[in-house]
Design a protein around this ligand. Sequence first.
Ligand code: MIC
Ligand code: SF4
Length: 639
Amino acid sequence: MVSVTEKILVQHLVEDKLPEAGDEINIRIDQTLTQDATGTMAYLEFEALGIPKVKTELSLSYVDHNMLQTDFKNADDHDYLKSVAAKYGVYYSRPGNGICHQVHLERFAAPGKTLLGSDSHTPTAGGIGSLAIGAGGLDVALAMGGAPFILNMPKIVGVKLTGKLQSWVSAKDVILELLKMLKVKGGVGKVLEYFGPGVETLSVPERATITNMGAELGATSSIFPSDEQTREYLKTQGREDSWKELKADSESDFSEIIELDLSKIEPNVAQPHMPDQVCKVSELEGQKVNQVIVGSCTNSSYRDLMIVALALKGKKVHSDVSFCILPGSRQVYETIARNGALADLISAGARILESACGPCIGMGQAPRSGAITVRTFNRNFKGRCGTQDAGAYLVSPETAAAIALNSVFTDPRKLGQTPAIPVTDLVVDDTMIIEPPSDGSGVEIIRGPNIAPLPELKAVEDEIEKEVLLKTGDNVTTDHIMPAGAKILPLRSNIPAISEYVYVNVDPDFPKRAKEKNGGFIIGGENYGQGSSREHAAIAPLYLGVKAVLVKSFARIHKANLVNWGIVPLEFEDAASYDKIDQGDVLTITNLREGIKNGKVKISNKSKGTEFNAVCDLGDKSKDILLAGGSIMYAKSTG
Ligand code: MIC
Ligand code: SF4
């Protein structure tokens, strides 16, 4: 036992022996978090479990995504979340208190704890030495009910950091460098554990920027050791008592080691439309930019906003740029308001938005047609910003500041001497977090008219003969499958309504066709379902009748979501079979249940007169869950 990851796992494993990479494992979850866009579904599911109170050490419900209140829907959902939290013993972080990952890092995350969150960027808390994993809402609901979380034992990859970052280069450039090396599926089935002498040069918020974007690598989680930097951070939060030291014993047992010399890293930028399309900022030097936004769970800490404020102090944002700022939490917001940095930002011409996800999830600030928009966020998938033909780029706060001043891509090292970030007392005030009553049984749950029942769930059928409804390529994201944005997100608690938007930006006829054909198959390439944890990318296709998804490979969370909702996840045994299927082909599967149990399914392509095999690569418990028709059906059948 050597790594931090293994040390935490050993303390939380339900099994009594340390598993091999790839084995199905069950881990106890200490803390859970939900956010509003996935939370409404997660709490509806929790209610369906019939458990009177959460069984975790700590569960939190954050409201940060569905913040624009253009009609009653989002506000109704906020009240549902508030009442359901009080009833079941969940802390409720009110709208305006900040982005779940930022607030959780500040106020609750702790070294050595396991955290499961219904958001793919939950590993942000790995910056403080917590083993934090993103999952679908149903998995989080089950964990709140005290069930262990099932996952395949990841490989533990060591990332050895040496050296020290240059001036104007920051943590975002580090993770972009890794994305350039490993690409968006490079972390699948792995935990990235950081170690080495470079670690102590990074503060906890900087580490959290790196672990946050491990999600873009597809990693199960990312984690830093807990050291003096961690203790220092916890002290600023008045939580030093949560500190304990956690470090890897030796580097010899990592399954693989990646070395990164921090001093060699230059300012990086991810180009449209994938976070791994990384080049140096200097390579784009001089190209025109229309919009710059600083914020999101990746880059909105006190440190990040201060560096921007200091870079802009006494200067003006270029007149061709729309420049927005979103402080990651009310703590950050109030601290920069009190120390004057907010005034410097306002004076420079920044548009200040509330502490929330906002433009990161297309909830406002969509750029103009054909715009070049530069953001400190983590995802730049096509159309995610709300404007289909905009080109979205991802950068560090330093680079964002340099571009805002010049309206063209600018290497921030041209900004001159790096300003020192003043050490300020952070404003610690938890009054926007509502503690649940010790007995919530009398609390009445408030339900708006936008809350619709879950779709009908059925055990997996033994024979399926259906059409291929859609054939997609590699790296399809959950934003493709189930888009977000200001118009669609308010429908997250209404599956029939949201299902009308499945795949609309890829093929606007998909929902209509799926219903007309009475359901069918989806064919995909590598890394299918990467990105968000949204289980709506499984539930809404299920509602439209999708029975199985057949791909070259899956992203972890989406595959688990398919199982949880009884859609069969299949992978081509021979990737070449992918080329021999077309949209509209009729596929037949007989003995599907037996095939799932054996892990191998024979499929006939009736239209082409061919046959091929697919693999159903799941652990035994996951197979039982799938066969039952998903986790809810499984929970009912096992009492
Ligand atoms: C995202 O960044 O895509 C989201 C919105 O935070 C999602 C969750 C969701 O779809 O609600 C995520 O990353 O899991
Ligand atoms: Fe919110 Fe964006 Fe972070 Fe998702 S990635 S949690 S939308 S800030």
